[in-house]
Design a protein around this ligand. Structure first.
Ligand SMILES: Nc1ncnc2c1ncn2[C@@H]1O[C@H](COP(=O)(O)OP(=O)(O)OP(=O)(O)O)[C@@H](O)[C@H]1O
Length: 241
């Protein structure tokens, strides 16, 4: 996984499955802390409740609290780095990954209350811009990839972009970056029914068409239960400083 991942695609494009596989990859390390923000009324991310800091956050106020908490953690990590003269958090320093998961960005980025919208976007931007060295990883998904939902300055924070089937060329370019559709990389050409197929942009080589792993609901709840069990059995010996 890159640093920050943005997944975009229409309903039924396989977004949930893709999102959950990335979450599982992060949360199966018991040292990972997770903030879970769910713009689909908490139903999408419910499986991860037991490993979510502060539970699943589905309204904008608790989403803002979650981002503010993550930002405070990030600042603490920077304080630690400054104190020991290191440049980035690495294993053995006593910090795990800090995963910030957001499903349906649009619920928050298009929130009718401008002040709250800004209170959401500000820490999100800071986490994106300064998170790398502090082991912060944002994983976000939207079924409405448009420039209003994902403003360019937010989209550009994501170094890894996964465009599943999109409804238009513009939507595909909103996820991948403008100009890709004109160069023939257009997620609106992915056929209906090809769930999990998308263009993955990670690194400098350009987008690659690929299909993600499939996870059934049963497998997902098993993985989430295992992630919770790993934490309950106190498997994180090295995290104690
Ligand atoms: N990688 C995959 N391989 C095979 N089938 C998949 C894959 N991903 C998803 N599917 C199938 O496509 C269906 C829709 O997937 P999913 O629920 O992830 O879509 P979605 O884009 O999140 O939809 P929505 O936005 O409505 O929640 C799933 O029920 C599953 O059967």
């Amino acid at each position: 996984m890159g640093v920050h991942v943005l997944i975009g695609g229409t309903p039924e494009s396989g977004k949930s499955v893709s999102l959950h596989s990335l979450i599982a990859g992060a949360m199966l390390d018991p040292a990972t802390q997770g903030v879970f923000i769910d713009g689909k009324h908490g139903v999408e991310l419910a499986a991860w409740e037991k490993v979510a800091h502060g539970g699943i956050r589905s309204d904008i106020d608790s989403a803002i609290d979650g981002l503010d908490w993550a930002r405070a953690q990030m600042d603490e990590r920077y304080g630690y780095l400054a104190a020991c003269g290191a440049r980035k958090i690495t294993r053995g320093m006593g910090f795990g990954l800090l995963a910030v998961v957001i499903d349906e960005l649009a619920t928050f980025t298009l929130h009718p209350d401008k002040k709250k919208r800004e209170a959401f976007l500000l820490p999100l931007h800071e986490l994106g811009a300064r998170g790398r060295a502090a082991a912060v990883r944002i994983i976000a998904a939207t079924q409405k990839p448009g420039s209003d939902v994902v403003p360019t300055y937010i989209r550009d924070l994501f170094d890894t972009r996964w465009a599943l089937r999109c409804s238009t060329r513009e939507a595909s370019d909103t996820v991948l970056g403008s100009g890709w559709a004109a160069r023939g990389v257009d997620a609106s050409t992915i056929p209906l029914g090809a769930a999990g197929v998308g263009y993955l942009l990670a690194g400098s080589a350009g987008p690659v068409r690929q299909k993600g792993f499939y996870l059934s609901d049963g497998q997902l709840s098993d993985l989430a239960a295992y992630a919770a069990e790993l934490r309950a059995t106190n498997a994180v010996h090295w995290i104690d400083r």
